[in-house]
Design a protein around this ligand. Structure first.
Ligand SMILES: Nc1ncnc2c1ncn2[C@@H]1O[C@H](COP(=O)(O)OP(=O)(O)OP(=O)(O)O)[C@@H](O)[C@H]1O
Length: 320
């Protein structure tokens, strides 16, 4: 399934209290491709993920287009949207403990999407839940367990099994490994990568960790203050970012499986701006190591930084 996001804007609340969380995002994900979206906490990643399936709270106002195989999610009728959720596109959230129902057996929870969408009889759904659990590396007998009886990694596997239940064409994974330790994180990433590749599922994976995304995805988009400031081929963005924020993110985390890169994180000075009071010009300029005078006045559009690689920085196309 292809995903095309055009000029997506999401604002929480209205008037003086309005929070512009996503400010004109364009993204493109071809069928079967893996796109990573990176950025620090608060840059609008989760808002973007939730918007894709119209799962935002009522206080959020949206505009733009979200095209799934050309069909706009934002104008879809409710019945169609219901069908698209799970079967078309499904979502894996961070922190499986909060997303799973603590008082229901995991097998029943994995079977639930199949029953809700009328895809299987209760007996067939139970059988399928066992198969799905095995598919994500858990014994089918674990279907009888409750979430608290599983480890964090096992719970995240259950979430992935649930996401796969209705044979989605697109999976949106929002920080799927953040709460896990590094070894388990690597296993879960390999699992997601293997499953989506094997079943030609498109993947949109969100993380604050650019290294995780570079290991898993074909392309990367870097978000800052509600906008995409860089996008391009994953290795290129990770190893030779064109935007100073992309460069800062790529040096902030060690790479999984690469002990040589386990240096101390080189954090950025300061914090990301509050979306309710963004600085003028380029929103990154107060933290930027290569800021020039005009950055405080003018924001930059994405422009060519290499083949299939774009960045929104005044230096792109001039000094590196
Ligand atoms: N329901 C809401 N009402 C008002 N503001 C919100 C709401 N949800 C998120 N925000 C604000 O929107 C901005 C973007 O938040 P979002 O959760 O999308 O960022 P994020 O990059 O996913 O961060 P994190 O990784 O911490 O979840 C933040 O400033 C956040 O405080």
């Amino acid at each position: 399934m292809s995903l095309e996001v055009r000029d997506l804007r999401v604002t929480y609340g209205t008037g003086a209290a309005a929070v512009p969380a996503v400010r004109g995002v364009d993204l493109s994900l071809a069928a079967g491709q893996k796109l990573g979206v990176a950025g620090e906490s608060g840059c609008g990643k989760s808002t973007l993920a939730l918007a894709l399936l119209r799962l935002l709270p009522a206080s959020a106002r949206l505009s733009g287009e979200i095209l799934l195989d050309g069909e706009d999610v934002l104008t879809m009728k409710w019945g169609r949207l219901r069908a698209v959720r799970w079967a078309g596109a499904s979502i894996v959230f961070q922190g499986a403990m909060h997303s799973l129902n603590a008082v229901r057996r995991i097998g029943d929870q994995v079977a639930e999407p199949l029953l809700v969408h009328g895809r299987a009889t209760p007996a067939a759904a139970r059988r399928r839940a066992g198969e799905l659990l095995e598919h994500v590396g858990l014994p089918a007998a674990r279907a009888a367990a409750y979430p608290h009886e599983l480890s964090g990694g096992q719970r995240q596997r259950v979430m992935i099994a649930m996401a796969l239940a209705c044979d989605p064409k697109l999976i949106v994974a929002d920080e799927p490994t953040t709460a896990l330790d590094v070894m388990i994180q690597a296993q879960i990433l390999r699992l997601i990568e293997g499953l989506v590749t094997e079943q030609s599922i498109s993947l949109l994976m969100i993380s604050h960790d650019l290294a995780v995304l570079a290991d898993t995805c074909d392309r990367l988009a870097v978000m800052y203050a509600g906008r995409v400031v860089e996008e391009g081929p994953a290795r290129q963005v990770f190893e030779a970012a064109a935007h100073p924020y992309g460069r800062a993110l790529s040096s902030a985390f060690p790479r999984i499986g690469d002990p040589a890169s386990r240096r101390a994180p080189r954090g950025l000075p300061g914090d990301p701006p509050d979306p309710a009071g963004l600085p003028g010009g380029c929103a990154f300029h107060p933290r930027c190591p290569v800021v020039v005078e005009s950055c405080a006045e003018r924001d930059q559009q994405l422009r060519e930084a290499g083949p299939g690689h774009r960045a929104a920085c005044v230096h792109v196309g001039s000094v590196s």
